[in-house]
Design a protein around this ligand. Sequence first.
Ligand SMILES: [Zn+2]
Length: 541
Amino acid sequence: MLKRSLVLALLLSAAVVAQNSTAAKSAAPSFDGKSWWDYVKVLAADDMEGRETGSEGLRKAESYIVEQLKNAGLEPAGVNGFYQPVKLVSRQIDESGSSLVLVRNGVEQPLVLGEDAMFSTRVDLAPEVDAPLVFAGYGLRVPEKDYDDFAGLDMKGKIAVIISGSPAEMPAALASHYQSLSERSKALHAVGAIGMISIPNPAAMDIPWSRMTLARTRPSMALADPGPDECSCIKLLATFNPADAEKLFQGSPYRFQQLADLAKERKTLPRFALNASIKARAKVIKTNVESDNIVAKLSGTDPKLKDQYVVLSAHIDHLGIGEPINGDRIYNGAMDNGSGSALILDIATSMRRAQVKTKRSILFLWVTAEEKGLLGSRYFAANPTVPKKSIVADINTDMFLPIYPLKVLTVYGLDESSLGGMVSDVAQQEGVPVQSDPEPLRNAFIRSDQYSFIRQGIPAVAMQVGYKAGTPEAATHKQWLTERYHAPSDDTNQPVDLEAAGKFEDIVQALAIKVADTPQRPQWENSSFFKRFVVVPNTGS
Ligand SMILES: [Zn+2]
């Protein structure tokens, strides 16, 4: 491909020609990583204050993006110009008015919030709960596999204690889907359980407990109107420190350590009533919040296909200002997800300036409240600013981590839809092989905004600069998660590989163009679990 500087030189002459010849079609720009990094440096600067949903910092970052879009000549495709407002409700636990107490044989054992356990306000916690505990293994119900951790257990009015993860025979996509909060809520509700205490699988923790708990009193959010298929039936949701989890299992047939060892190997877990109950008191402060998605359009040129859309999405929000770590309170979110936001901004403005023409239209979408549970994307996918049926695919970019050379591309959803083959093709042209998720236990396919589209039946894919198990890159990746993921050190002082970023950007852009230009719209594979969400059958192109 041409270097970016050459493309710009060509453009100057192409622009003149284009006035007389509508047939002129410009080559897609090629990226060197520098333009991308310049955008990251703005979006992840300290004065954006970590881009917390609803904050002044996020508004500032969004107005910067909108300004760049306007300057480049992108079309607005939101509700108010480029903006699509999203109404949210914020819930914050007041620990001074909250408590968790284990009760065993009439003896009360108060738990230390933050040390033993913490509440999750991702559900609307009941003010008071007093209920027996039942250990339900992984807490999964997967009808497709005839798998039910609740089978034979009396869960009525009980709290399920579970270890996060899944048995080895469970395909990654199924395991991911059924571990999502909305599926878990439905499963718990179906068996009559009223809450869940989850113990992170010590073998698969991205973030150490000490850092997980730092964020526990930060507000969580929900859509003000959650929509018809969300149940608000969970009264207690809490996470238990694996290091203290023996407390739950005293007097039971198993020690936690034995269960953790089984979970580490993804073996079948025993399930049994615990000889304890939990008394929870939760004081929650609720406030209304409004935040925006940003939607921009690059119109297609094919008379039949231009009313169909390929979505390039990235979340723009991050965690804001929080507990200091090494004296730094600003959670800049340079990789998470300044990197993806900058990437699609760079692609949008570059394609527009290079007058790249595609058959279908391309929507560039920056969503809010991803860190709050994929809320901005869920709102957009349920209430899109173009007809839902006209969205043919979502290509999402979240934390693609160009922190070492791009030797292999990890593709989430590689085998799920025809998008997988398209990614393979365009990556191959860049000389990059592809692989599916090397760590299915991390549930990456449902942990970012592509999942909101998947749940609406829209084929979706996400990519990351990949690594092979056992390589130095794998170690760097792991170290990055431990040290920088959701920490203030995810800032612009960290080392990045600009060449890897540029090549990744070339691939995402090439994929968007390929999807936009291919007559047949992407289809879920027949074997794909996610095909179930397709409500209206596709009618071809
Ligand atoms: Zn994040």
